[in-house]
Design a protein around this ligand. Structure first.
Ligand code: SAJ
Length: 413
């Protein structure tokens, strides 16, 4: 269904559970559209920061939107849910690293926390990326235990977020939304609500399809990056320039290869394929292989850095970029952190520095400024294509310095 819903806008009371990278921007956008929003977070420091008009995460323009929302009185934060018309659950869905099995404890806890506040006619939405079946079984199950029946006395839907960190505010409004309701009426109720702030198309389906679509999107990107990373290995062994190989192959009208790098980081792409593997273990050999290819990239990257250090006799190595991707400050689940660990192990007698213009403290990492690295490092390994690195004139490096470009910033054309 396209987003052509003609509704008379009525402000709703909305309770957003989880004020992270998705929940906080969503809450702030809803407040800016005129809804009355209570954001809930278990961390009292986060609640206090937001109520003071501040933000605890870096995302372009989010600080201004949150400040305006709080000042207008339409956005406040709390440690406990409140009675509302709409509940949106935006909590993390990590996986257990030892078993690669999904961890849906936060979803269950969030559903249980809102259960006493849900009233007939309310709309409950799960936005967290979730294994197929979670919306009905876990959220619906927790509310059923409190006496609420999905599709009968309240509306339940899964509406996965698909926003790109770094462009969240724009994508939250402009992206198409897939909405999977417990019943067609639930889908319709959720679509009407999303139409109050989404400009993209709104397409309707059932809960399990919506859950699977979101996982498939990220698994698809993971597989495509794995392909690019494998090309990078092939080209390294054949002594070819992978960037040139990809650039030339992409001149074919039906070929569009992504970019290799030191690995796949973040909390989504490196996680979501495992949810599909867990859901259909005998049917996912390919997804397992792509995950393993991408997971092996930090060690491969470190080996190439160590090889170059030995070849050049470098005494100081600088790793440029610690965040999990360019122009953000988030270094959790960053391949660079793993590269750093492997480089320390492989080069015990070399000074290993790290540099990231957006990250100011990292436990166990000797952070230096870009200027210090440029002045004193013998070998520089570019791991993240942050803006200052993209726009630096690398021809200024001294002849005794070496740059290994793992992100293709030296490429032109
Ligand atoms: N990466 C590469 N090569 C590429 C593209 C990315 O190595 O060509 C690496 C990045 O450096 C990073 C990782 O992949 O380490 C993931 O970065 P990303 O920009 O591809 O994606 P995320 O994890 O920031 O956001 C993804 C997005 N999903 C898709 O593009 C299919 C976003 O739309 C989702 O909303 C988000 O996951 C999520 O929350 O699931």
């Amino acid at each position: 269904m396209a987003n052509n819903l003609k509704t008379t806008f009525a402000p709703r009371n909305v309770c957003v559970v989880g004020l992270g990278y998705i929940g906080l921007p969503t809450a702030a956008i809803l407040a800016s559209r005129g809804h009355h929003v209570t954001g809930v977070d278990a961390n009292s420091a986060v609640v206090d920061t937001i109520n003071a008009g501040g933000v605890h995460i870096v995302e372009p323009d989010l600080d201004l939107l949150v400040k305006t929302g709080v000042q207008s009185g339409r956005l406040k934060a709390s440690m406990t849910p409140v009675a509302s018309d709409v509940f949106i659950l935006c909590v993390p869905t990590p996986f257990h690293p030892e078993s690669n099995q999904p961890n849906i404890d936060y979803v269950r806890a969030a559903a249980e926390s809102i259960a006493p506040h849900v009233r007939p006619g309310n709309l409950v939405i799960l936005e967290s990326t979730s294994p197929p079946g979670t919306t009905l079984d876990v959220v619906g199950g927790a509310l059923q235990a409190a006496g609420h029946k999905a599709g009968q006395d309240y509306h339940l839907a899964h509406c996965p977020e698909r926003v790109l960190p770094g462009a969240i505010l724009r994508e939250c409004v402009e992206n198409d939304r897939v909405i999977g309701g417990a019943t067609p009426a639930c889908s319709a109720a959720a679509a009407e609500f999303y139409a109050t702030f989404v400009n993209g198309d709104i397409v309707l389906t059932d809960c399990k399809t919506a859950e699977t679509v979101k996982l498939v999107e990220n698994a698809s990107r993971d597989a495509q990056i794995a392909f690019a990373n494998e090309l990078s290995l092939i080209c390294d062994r054949l002594n070819l320039d992978v960037w040139e190989v990809i650039r030339l192959a992409n001149r074919h009208p039906r070929v569009n290869i992504l970019q290799p790098g030191p690995g796949v980081g973040g909390h989504c792409i490196a996680v979501d394929p495992w949810f599909l593997v867990a859901a259909a273990p005998d049917a996912t050999a390919f997804m397992r292989a792509t995950r393993e290819r991408n997971n092996a990239m930090p060690a491969e990257t470190a080996t190439r850095i160590a090889r170059a250090a030995h070849q050049t006799g470098a005494k100081t190595v600088a790793l440029l970029g610690m965040a999990y991707k360019n122009d953000i400050d988030d270094f959790r689940e960053s391949p660079s952190v793993a590269v750093h660990k492997h480089v320390l192990e492989q080069l015990p007698d070399v000074k290993v520095w790290a540099c990231d213009p957006y990250v100011h403290a990292m436990p166990g990492v000797e952070l230096k400024s870009f200027e210090e690295c440029l002045a004193h490092a013998d070998l520089l390994a570019l791991l993240v294509a942050h803006r200052p690195f993209r726009f630096y004139d690398w021809s200024q490096l001294r002849p005794d310095q070496t740059l290994i470009d793992f992100k293709g910033v030296l490429q032109t054309g």
